[in-house]
Design a protein around this ligand. Structure first.
Ligand code: GLA
Length: 729
């Protein structure tokens, strides 16, 4: 059983394959957190809680004269503002009176078979064969009729626990929610590191590791999207945890909007982690009878370093978060015209590119930005989703048919949330954008943002999209979003509901994507936001792959894909071979290296194939054949980070290995050329000892590859790369 109760029904123990999580209702009905870590004996771990009389930490009235009982020092499952706990809280509400006190006490609980789902929000789901149970703990304030349900999804074999929160107003007056975090985790003991992923446009998800210090450390986004700047995935680890050893905890928020992840070390060296919707510019009004769901957080504990944590997330996200026909189907090798043409194309030009691409073995041709409205530059046309037949020289159906006749599938680009001031849509409906009354809006890439919290706006855009998608054969759709949201104000909501706009926007986005996916189940959706500005677990529920970064430079991609890989599987990372000198950095790398790096993702090309030499064309043909050969190993195998490209000076390396250890692919890039390079080897992982493997015509015992390693050849040119394939004999 994955959820175990004690006889008094006060101790809740959640068990996954290798982790254990425990909470206890104490004598006053407060839900204490007692354990999260390695799975071991089920026992009442509240013996570890030490209570002392601490000055200036208030005592609830219920505790009488017991000065040792204070919520300011106790490890709690879901802390509330106004309860005498002065640390960062999980929940903060305001009543009509202006008062903000909240003291939650456990009233009830329920164990449900299967994994709960959240209406309108993404969540991890159980597949046939997965063991999943749900624990719901209901807590209530004794004075105000505010009820909080804590949801725990225990996915035993996936080794993962999810959390979500539902707040209900059961009273007679409205209640305002001002902070509703999805999870709170108190660790009374231990010194931890706080690992986050920061970045910028064209350099996303760079790993940052710092010691948790006294005070609050936080990352988050107020950009309306999860952002290039900080990712909604963080880790807490022991100070000495490495890739393969030590304890760590992962927290992934399944949400694509404003978020906050905080670590606070308090006066008694206790660490609290909180994650959820960013409380800044957030408030949600609950009328009597209404409820609010905070998005899901997926938590993983690992006692085998970051690698084990990564493997747990990769498996769960691939199989139990992504959905639809493309979850496991082989994704086509694509070519995208963006870096090949930018806005400067005609139908004929695209057809010439497609013809050349088909000859190379490419399977899908994607027409990027610029095919609609008067969109010849990035300052016009967004919102006018009708085909620019003059530019294409034909209808979309004709273009698509001609591309299909070459044996290629056909895909197009959309930015449904964007609107240009120079568009018919904006001239007709200027009130459909997010804009603060009386102020000129902020421009971002010259464009404004449609108010996706509004159903009428979404319906209009949806109909526009359908009228295009219904008339031509489209196999793939890239959903882009090319600016951060500002001017957070919806013309449709009253003043006391403006704080709801960012969240309602995200709910609107999810509703739209859900509808689109249902209506066009055969279209492969790829998410994008100026590259990886919305690369999060929420989006992956709707789009099984996301364009990883607008930076296509192979060397920079080493770091971007490295950071991304901690939480997100290779099958979700959009990665393309582009032309050199690279358009973002000006760097020239060998074509082979560009392919080796892009093969650690969904793999495709983003260049004009007409500009390739005959020799390069032959190389591309071989790359595509190779990718197809290793497809299952790459996309479904286990991913191993063998080096940290930001720190290891000479070589960057990673490996894919089949779960049964029968096959592995070692990828190495000489990321920094040096004279008189010392000999280097890579220690392989995921193989079995005591069996033999063949690679490059030689046979090696598994143990030798694991403990002795595999020698890396000397680089003869800058950024040279290699792939070595190991097969069990
Ligand atoms: C974004 C995307 C690019 C491309 C352009 C088109 O920046 O990340 O891949 O689609 O928009 O405008």
């Amino acid at each position: 059983m994955s959820i175990v109760l004690n006889e008094q029904k006060s101790l809740f123990t959640l068990c996954t394959k290798t982790s254990m999580y425990q909470m206890k209702t104490d004598q006053y009905g407060v839900l204490l957190h007692t354990y999260y870590g390695k799975k071991t004996e089920i026992f009442d771990y509240s013996y570890l809680i030490q209570r002392r009389d601490h000055g200036f930490s208030g005592n609830p009235y219920q505790a009488g004269n017991d000065r040792t009982y204070s919520l300011d020092t106790l490890p709690q499952e879901y802390s509330c503002f106004g309860s005498g706990d002065y640390r960062q809280s999980a929940l903060s509400v305001r009543y009509q009176t202006g008062a903000r006190a909240l003291e939650l006490r456990v009233k009830d609980f329920e164990i449900l078979e299967g994994k709960y789902r959240i209406p309108g929000l993404p969540s991890i789901y159980a597949e046939d064969g997965n063991r999943a149970d749900t624990l719901v703990i209901t807590m209530k304030d004794d004075v105000e009729d505010v009820c909080v349900k804590l949801y725990y999804g225990v996915l035993e074999d996936l080794d993962l626990i999810t959390r979500a929160v539902c707040v209900e107003n059961r009273g007679a007056a409205p209640v305002f929610l001002e902070r509703v975090m999805s999870m709170c985790l108190d660790k009374p003991y231990g010194n931890y590191d706080w690992i986050t992923f920061y970045g910028k446009h064209e350099m996303e998800r760079q790993l940052s590791r710092t010691a948790v210090h006294h005070g609050v450390q936080a990352v988050g986004s107020l950009r309306g999207a999860s952002s290039h700047q900080y990712n909604p995935f963080v880790m807490l680890s022991d100070r000495n945890t490495t890739e393969t050893q030590g304890e760590c905890y992962g927290f992934s928020l399944l949400y694509s909007g404003n978020f906050l992840a905080e670590a606070e070390k308090d006066q008694f060296d206790q660490t609290r982690v909180l994650m959820g919707i960013h409380p800044e510019n957030f408030s949600f009004k609950l009328e009597p009878g209404e409820s609010f769901w905070a998005p899901e957080a997926a938590m993983v504990y690992s006692d085998g370093g970051f690698e084990k944590l990564t493997h747990i997330y990769h498996r769960a996200f691939r199989n139990n978060l992504c959905r639809g026909r493309f979850k496991h189907a082989r994704r086509p090798v694509l070519i995208n015209n963006w870096e090949g043409t930018y806005f400067d194309f005609t139908g004929e030009k695209l057809l010439r590119m497609a013809e050349k691409a088909a000859d190379l073995g490419v399977e899908l041709f994607v027409m990027d930005d610029g095919w609609f409205g008067n969109r010849d530059t990035d300052n016009s046309g967004l919102g006018d989703w009708h085909v620019n037949e003059e530019k294409l020289g034909c209808t979309l159906a004709e273009l698509s048919d001609r591309i299909h006749a070459m044996g290629l599938k056909f895909g197009i680009w959309y930015e449904p949330e964007g609107i240009s001031e120079d568009s018919s849509l904006y001239r007709e409906h200027p009130d459909w954008v997010l804009r603060v009354p009386g102020r000129n809006p902020m421009r971002g890439r010259y464009q404004l943002v449609l108010d996706f919290s509004r159903a009428d706006v979404r319906d209009y855009i949806f109909d526009q999209m359908c009228s295009v998608l219904d008339r031509a054969k489209v196999d793939y759709l890239k959903w882009d979003f090319n600016r951060s949201i500002s001017d957070v104000y919806s013309a449709q909501l009253p003043a006391d509901r403006q704080g709801e706009v960012p969240h309602r926007y995200v709910l609107g986005l999810y509703e739209f994507l859900e509808r689109l996916g249902k209506r066009y189940p055969d279209i492969l959706l790829e998410g994008c936001s100026g590259g990886g500005g919305r690369f999060d677990a929420g989006m992956l529920h709707y789009t099984p792959q996301i364009w990883c970064s607008d930076d296509t430079d192979a060397v920079e991609r080493l770091e971007i894909q490295y950071g991304t890989s901690f939480c997100y599987p290779v099958s979700t990372m959009g990665a393309h071979v582009s032309a050199c000198p690279n358009h973002q950095t000006g760097r020239t790398t060998p074509l082979n290296t560009r392919a080796v790096v892009a093969m650690a993702g969904t793999f495709g090309y983003e260049l004009d194939p007409g500009k390739l030499t005959e020799e390069e064309k032959d190389e591309v043909r071989k790359q595509i054949a190779l990718f197809k050969e290793y497809y299952d190993l790459i996309q479904e195998g286990r991913y191993y980070r063998l080096t940290d490209p930001a720190r290891d000076e000479h070589y960057a390396a990673w490996e894919f290995a089949k779960e049964d250890g029968s096959e592995a692919l070692l990828c190495v890039v000489a990321s920094r050329a040096r004279t008189n390079d010392p000999p280097t080897r890579m220690l392989l992982r995921g193989l079995d000892e005591g069996v033999l493997y063949e690679a490059e015509g030689k046979v090696y015992p598994g143990g030798a590859l694991i403990h002795g390693g595999f020698p890396v050849p000397e680089a003869k040119e800058e950024y040279q790369s290699w792939m070595f394939h190991f097969v069990r004999k």
